[in-house]
Design a protein around this ligand. Sequence first.
Ligand code: NAD
Length: 346
Amino acid sequence: MPTVRAAELQRLGQDVFRAIGVPEEDAAWMAQVLVRANLQGHDSHGVIRIPQYVEEWRTGKLNPKAKPRILSESPTTALMDGEAGFGQIVAREAMTLAIRKAGGAGVAAVGVKRSGHIGRLADYVEMASAQDMIALLFVNASGAGQWMAPWGGREARLSTNPLAFACPAGATPPILLDIATTTAPEGKVRVKRNRREPVPLGWIIDAQGEPTTDPEALYRTPRGTLLPMAGHKGYALALMVEILAGILGRAGHVCEHPGLDYNGLFIIALDIARFLPPSVFRAEVDDLTRYLKSSALAPGSSRILTPGEAEVLTERERAATGIFIEEETWTQIVTAAHQLGVAGPA
Ligand code: NAD
């Protein structure tokens, strides 16, 4: 089981993306956000995705040289076509546009269709918090990628429809909520499957609707489904994400015959300075988190974290110790690299 240094993974990812025609600076960004996902503890959205993206390039689903296009816009809104570009590049471009518009008008909303898989949502909402803005990001799969049954059902009808929300703080890291609306995203079941480990109860049900810990239940026919987080509430949230990204953002909503599972994005950006001075905002967020952390600990608990803090702590640890990658995933990555003439780490 290899444990690999972040710098080596960055080099490998960058070389692979360059080899399939991604421009140099974009290849570096793609590798950076994938490796950062591993560093921050979200292996499901890290370098495990390299073989997937290579395959999506090979089949013609993704265009490494695509330039996202604005289809329509107003001072506060825009609709974009990602032109089947890699999601990390499309999402960065869309968030840059939302930040620019929110800087001009105080608030902005941007919808994006036909983006490749964007990976973790965190990186994009953090772009906004770094500029004293609050961004909310909602993502669907253009009506495809159906993994979650509607609450009360046992047949997949919804994607894992993640959402993310970040805001700057003062002394603490930015507050970051970044979650799938399923208990676990499909990628986390994929990691368990590659590690030949059971999944916790509550992640999936089998095709008969019975709880199971067998990750294969999600992939064999007839297929099981992912459970929504927090029962009916996760289902309801997933539906709202589907409406924002799929209908309002024009990416397409779930239906009997969806097209390809591109990510559809809906971004809302708010300029804090239009409401109060950002320094005051940051100080109040610090006051708030200090108060949260003053709570007595529950039995068995060693600390209280703010959303986003766990990732910062994991990054500190993994930057020092390296990133553990299970054998199956490592073989898939190295095979994809070798097929493109890219050497793995020595
Ligand atoms: P998760 O269940 O690991 O939850 C992560 C969130 O919970 C983070 O905001 C984290 O800071 C917070 N958190 C964790 N421990 C905490 C604690 N003790 N106190 C307070 N907050 C805490 O997330 P997930 O649902 O497994 O999603 C993992 C990743 O998958 C996300 O980054 C998401 O963007 C990504 N994803 C992407 C897609 C896509 O299509 N691009 C689809 C699904 C999920």
